[in-house]
Design a protein around this ligand. Structure first.
Ligand SMILES: *Cc1c(COP(=O)(O)O)cnc(C)c1O
Length: 351
C-alpha cells in the first residue's frame, strides 16, 4: 500500500529498523572515510545528506541531490546548458535566480526569452529553439501560477528541458515531475526546513542521466550541503504536513480579511499555499509604515518559517519592476490567526 505524502514526510529517509539503531539518521561529521566503500570523501557523499535526499526524492517522485543553497542548486541546473543556449524564463520570479540567468546572458553564454509564467501560449511559442524552459510557480513575490503541464508538453516537443522551482508549493501541494517537468529545484531554506535556521537547496529529477551529470558536477564544483544543515532540514521536513495545513488555513483566512481592508488595494493569493502578497495604499512609504508598525509579524527577508514575516520586496535593487513599489510579501506562519490579524490590521490602520 502506498502511503500518503503526509505519512511519508514522517517515515522517509530513516535508518533500517535494526535493534538499537537510532530512529533518526544522525549527523555524520566526516571529511574522510575508510577506503573501499561507496562514499570515500566528504565532498562525494554523506549519510545525513542521503536521508534528506531519499525523503525529498521520494516525495517529488525522483532522485534528489542536496546543495549548499537554493541558488547553488539553481546554478548547478544551469550548468546543464550548452554555451549559447536559449532559455525561456519568467519575467518576474525569485530575483536571485533571474540574476543568475542574467549574469550568464551578460557573459554571452545564453540568450534569455522572458515572459510571464501565466502566458502559456507565449511560453509554448518561445520554447521552439530553446534548450530549457525555467518556471517558478507560484512565483516569488507576485504569486502567479503557471500551467506546468502545458509548458512541459510544449518544451518536450521542442526538445527543451522543463525546470520548475517548486519552493513555494512544496511536493505536498504540487509535484512538477508528475506534470511532465524534467527537473525540480528547491530552496530547502524555506518551507521544507521550515524554521529559519538553515540555508540549503536541492534538485530532483527522475532522469538518471540528468541525475548523474548533476552528481558529477556537484562532486567537482563542491556546492555541497553541511551535514548539520541536512539534519535540520530532515527534522523540519517531519512536520511539513501539519505546518502547511495550519499556515495555509491562516493564509486563506488572512487573504479574505485583507481584501476587505481599506488600506489594501490588491491581494495576491492563489487560493492555496502559505504566501500572500498585498499592495497597500500610500506606495513605498505606506508599505514601509506597515513593516515599522508590526510587533508580532517579523520584518525580514526569506519565508516559509513557522513564524509569520513580511517585507517590501522592492527594497531590493534588482527586484523586478513588475513588482509594485507598495507590495508586501507575507509569509504566513503557524501562530493563532486572530493574533496575526490583530497585529497586521493594526499596522495597516496606521497608513
Ligand atoms: C529563496 C529562494 C531561492 C534561493 O534559495 P536560497 O536557499 O536562498 O539560495 C530560489 N527560489 C525561490 C523561489 C526562493 O524563494
Amino acid at each position: 500500500m502506498s502511503q500518503s505524502p503526509a505519512t511519508r514526510v514522517v517515515t522517509a529517509g530513516r535508518p533500517a529498523r535494526d535493534a538499537d539503531a537510532p530512529l533518526n539518521e544522525p549527523v555524520t561529521f566526516a571529511s574522510t572515510f575508510h577506503a573501499g566503500g561507496d562514499v570515500g570523501y566528504g565532498r562525494y557523499g554523506n549519510a545525513t545528506w542521503t536521508a534528506l535526499e531519499s525523503a525529498l526524492g521520494g516525495l517529488e517522485g525522483g532522485r534528489a541531490l542536496a546543495y549548499a543553497s537554493g541558488l547553488a542548486a539553481s546554478d548547478a541546473v544551469m550548468s546543464l546548458l550548452p554555451e549559447g543556449a536559449v532559455v525561456v524564463a519568467p519575467d518576474c520570479a525569485y530575483l536571485g535566480v533571474l540574476d543568475l540567468l542574467r549574469e550568464r546572458a551578460a557573459q554571452g553564454r545564453l540568450t534569455l526569452r522572458q515572459l510571464p509564467v501565466t502566458d502559456a501560449d507565449g511560453i509554448a511559442a518561445a520554447a521552439r529553439g530553446a534548450s530549457m524552459v525555467w518556471l517558478e510557480s507560484p512565483t516569488n513575490p507576485n504569486l502567479d501560477v503557471a500551467d506546468i503541464a502545458a509548458a512541459a508538453t510544449a518544451a518536450r516537443a521542442a526538445g527543451a528541458l522543463t525546470v520548475v522551482d517548486n519552493t513555494f508549493a512544496t511536493p505536498l501541494l504540487q509535484r512538477p515531475l508528475e506534470l511532465g517537468a524534467d527537473i525540480v529545484v528547491h530552496s530547502v531554506t524555506k518551507l521544507l526546513a521550515g524554521h529559519s535556521d538553515v540555508v540549503l537547496g536541492a534538485v530532483v529529477t527522475a532522469d538518471d542521466a540528468l541525475h548523474d551529470r548533476l552528481d558529477a558536477h556537484r562532486r567537482l564544483h563542491g556546492a555541497i550541503p553541511g551535514p548539520m544543515e541536512a539534519y535540520l532540514a530532515v527534522r523540519g521536513l517531519r512536520t511539513l504536513s501539519v505546518r502547511l495545513e495550519r499556515a495555509q488555513a491562516n493564509a486563506t483566512e488572512l487573504a479574505s480579511r485583507l481584501r476587505a481592508h481599506r488600506s489594501v488595494n490588491v491581494v495576491r493569493h492563489p487560493g492555496w499555499g502559505t504566501m500572500c502578497s498585498i499592495e497597500v495604499a500610500g506606495g513605498a512609504a505606506g508599505a514601509d509604515a506597515v513593516v515599522a508598525a508590526v510587533r508580532l509579524w517579523v520584518h525580514s527577508t526569506s519565508l516559509g518559517g513557522v513564524e509569520s514575516s513580511l517585507e517590501r520586496r522592492r527594497r531590493w535593487p534588482t527586484e523586478s519592476t513588475a513588482v509594485d513599489e507598495s507590495l508586501l510579501r507575507l509569509s504566513v506562519g503557524i501562530e493563532d490567526v486572530e493574533d496575526l490579524w490583530a497585529d497586521l490590521a493594526g499596522a495597516l490602520d496606521t497608513i
